[in-house]
Design a protein around this ligand. Structure first.
Ligand SMILES: Cc1cc2nc3c(=O)[nH]c(=O)nc-3n(C[C@H](O)[C@H](O)[C@H](O)COP(=O)(O)OP(=O)(O)OC[C@H]3O[C@@H](n4cnc5c(N)ncnc54)[C@H](O)[C@@H]3O)c2cc1C
Ligand SMILES: Cc1cc2nc3c(=O)[nH]c(=O)nc-3n(C[C@H](O)[C@H](O)[C@H](O)COP(=O)(O)O)c2cc1C
Length: 607
């Protein structure tokens, strides 16, 4: 730390000028960062807010030092932020290296001095696949002490999940436990991550390189706003804030009459969008709430539909804000917390204090239920708008290849409908696509890349695709793409759904592919067509010799569909296949499958 003169007792501008007059530029930079950290410390710890506290770390480091930006990402959000952070770091004179956790040797951690960790959470509070090994390493017995490490964590997540930003929290706690020093408090960002992520990047670079403008920027007045202007925006061409309005070209119910399922094949027009996607990507759809639900919420809140509310710079009538800007179908803990501050019911506070009761309360209840269960006279239109979450988009695996359908994107959407707590309910986005956009209407969309669910780079590699229900969607894209490219690798599809007659999604297309060689093998599991239930994992076990043979021949193995029912069952079945066919112990077979994951040959898209 540079040696500074004694601070004058009265701090006015003249005194400050006098105090700083003899300082070198390095001392000024150090001081500005120090004061920024001190000023920010008061508001620290607000999850999702701008990072504020420059904790124990020295506030500013020499501007030439190297930083490693390590990301663990599944759908690409974290990767994008890491790349933007690196670009911004370079403009601040820092040498920044971006590393994917998947390709990062865990032992290298011991060499790091300045580390930015950007990591999302997937599954049910699990690390993304690419972060699994590093996550395990820092939590294991081989984790090194990290006394030289200064780090900051940006945790990406979604508040509708029970374990919000869990992986980021794990990294943050563990790195501190191993001796690392936080450059900033961890920041947790929800689905609307763009602005807080940009602010986090700006703030962490302030600490590492000094505020923008360095010494000439003046003492201690770094503002994240001024820094933000210098950072390239974290955005792709089409985003949640700037989606493409895609015309609906077709919408077809795929299930036959009498099915319990309601699945739609939806074709959207991309002509003129310049929007590209690869097989494996998902399309994010920005939905609009169902008007009857907006009415129910207004009634339960006893508020006028025309009451004005302010959302950022925009003033809107409450009904319009509820229809298109606020999440109404799903309740999350943070909404209940904010609402409890307005409606201080003892029972509501009791729920918030007891996760075992909170989760069952949240499941199947919507905003109208909350307002009815815990009424209050204190609610204004603005307070309601401020209490609810911004309405997030929903992702749908893309079911088409651009090579087969230039300028189009196809989806396979299951309509979510259920009865709960005395009312019929409809999932906001699936019912928007199923009921509220007709052919000729527009749906607002953008691409969500999925780099961890890609076709093999070599066209002669075999692929095994396991999908149930709408999980078949990306495999339609895979097979179309491979057929168009003339790939010689074999394609094997295992598909499951309840009934052959009503639920064999894209049956005619699969049969054509079988006939023409686009599919080498097709195995189906119609669970309810016989007394004993049969699922895709049973088909894997029945075909264990071929499955193992294909894997040994270098095949890539893909799973898509329901996270709880399919993902785990298929993983277990594959381990059993390896155990049986390779004659391995359960542990060794587990390691074999784990290694497939590591090599990106076992790829999951489960939701
Ligand atoms: C990468 C990815 C790819 C995906 N691909 C597809 C796809 O190809 N096709 C597809 O259809 N979906 C897909 N999904 C799921 C999709 O994103 C949405 O989650 C799904 O459509 C539901 O959204 P919604 O807005 O209709 O429902 P929401 O408004 O989000 O309502 C869902 C909520 O309703 C409640 N709920 C639902 N059922 C019940 C019930 N029976 N009882 C009580 N409560 C209930 C639960 O609280 C649940 O969280 C994918 C998801 C991801 C992350
Ligand atoms: C299948 C799935 C499971 C998820 N599980 C969680 C979770 O348990 N907790 C959480 O906070 N966020 C969860 N998320 C949200 C992601 O962390 C969030 O979308 C994040 O922005 C993704 O960043 P990435 O693209 O870098 O992976 C989940 C997302 C998906 C698609």
């Amino acid at each position: 730390m540079p040696t500074l003169p004694t601070l004058p007792p009265a701090l006015d501008e003249a005194a400050l000028q006098q105090f700083t007059a003899g300082l070198t530029s390095q001392q000024l930079v150090w001081l500005s960062g120090y004061l920024y950290g001190q000023a920010a410390q008061g508001a620290a710890g607000i999850s999702g807010a701008v990072p504020t506290a420059a904790l124990a770390a020295p506030a500013v480091a020499p501007a030439t030092q190297k930083i490693t930006i390590l990301y663990g990402s599944h759908t690409g959000n974290g990767k994008k932020i890491a790349e933007q952070a690196a670009a911004a770091a370079v403009t601040r004179g820092l040498a920044a290296e971006v590393r994917d956790m998947n390709d990062y040797a865990p032992r290298q951690l011991a060499q790091e001095q300045n580390l930015l960790v950007i990591v999302s959470t997937h599954g049910e509070g699990d690390p993304p696949i690419s972060a699994e090994e590093l996550h395990q390493f820092i939590n294991g017995p081989r984790a090194p002490k990290l006394p030289k490490l200064r780090y900051a964590v940006l945790a990406l997540g979604d508040k509708s999940y029970l374990h919000y930003c869990q992986t980021g929290k794990d990294f943050d706690h563990k790195l501190a436990e191993l001796g690392g020093t936080r450059l900033l408090d961890r920041v947790d960002v929800d689905v609307a991550f763009k602005a807080p992520a940009e602010q986090w990047v700006a703030a962490v670079l302030d600490v590492l390189a000094g505020p923008v403008g360095g010494a000439s920027a003046g003492v201690g007045i770094a503002s994240t706003a001024s820094v933000g202007a210098e950072i390239a925006p974290i955005t792709t061409e089409y985003t949640h804030e700037n989606p493409w309005s895609a015309k609906v070209l077709d919408s077809i119910q795929l299930n036959g009459r009498g099915s319990d399922k309601e699945t739609y094949h939806i074709e959207l027009d991309l002509a003129g969008a310049g929007l590209h996607y690869a097989p494996g990507d998902a399309l994010a759809v920005v939905p609009v709430n169902h008007n009857p639900l907006v009415e129910e919420v207004l009634q339960a809140a006893r508020l006028s539909d025309t009451a004005p509310v302010q959302l950022g710079d925009e003033s809107l009538p409450l009904a319009a804000a509820l229809a298109s800007r606020r999440e109404l179908t799903v309740l999350t803990r943070d909404v209940l917390e904010r609402y409890a501050a307005l409606a201080p019911h003892a029972e509501l506070h009791g729920l918030l204090a007891d996760s075992a009761r909170l989760q069952p309360y949240l499941y199947g209840r919507d905003v109208a239920d909350l307002l009815t269960d815990f009424p209050t006279d204190q609610l204004t239109a603005q307070a309601l708008a401020d209490t609810l979450r911004p309405l997030p988009s929903r992702a749908y695996s893309i079911a088409s290849s651009l090579l087969t359908h230039p300028d189009e994107v196809h989806l396979t959407v299951s309509a979510v409908r259920y009865e709960a707590h005395g009312r019929r309910k409809h999932g906001v986005c699936s019912s928007f696509l199923a009921d509220r956009v007709a052919v000729g209407d527009d749906a607002r969309v953008y691409v969500q890349q999925n780099e961890y669910f890609r076709l093999p780079p070599a066209g002669d590699t075999d692929i095994i695709m396991v999908g149930a229900g709408t999980g078949v969607a990306p495999f339609r894209a895979f097979v179309e793409e491979r057929v168009e490219l003339g790939n010689t690798g074999r394609n094997w599809l295992l598909f499951g759904n309840p009934h052959f007659t009503t639920d064999f999604l894209y049956q005619a297309e699969w049969q054509q592919h079988l006939k023409r060689g686009g599919l080498a093998q097709l195995d189906v599991a119609f669970s309810r067509d016989q007394a004993q239930k049969v699922y895709v994992q049973d088909r894997l076990l029945e075909n264990s010799r071929d499955v193992f043979g294909w894997l040994e021949n270098g095949a890539h193995f893909y799973v898509c569909g329901d996270k709880t029912r399919l993902g785990h069952a298929v993983h277990t079945a594959l381990i059993q296949v390896v155990e049986k066919e390779a004659g391995l112990s359960a542990d060794d077979a587990t390691a074999y499958v784990k290694n497939l994951r590591k090599q990106r040959r076992y790829l999951e898209d489960v939701y």
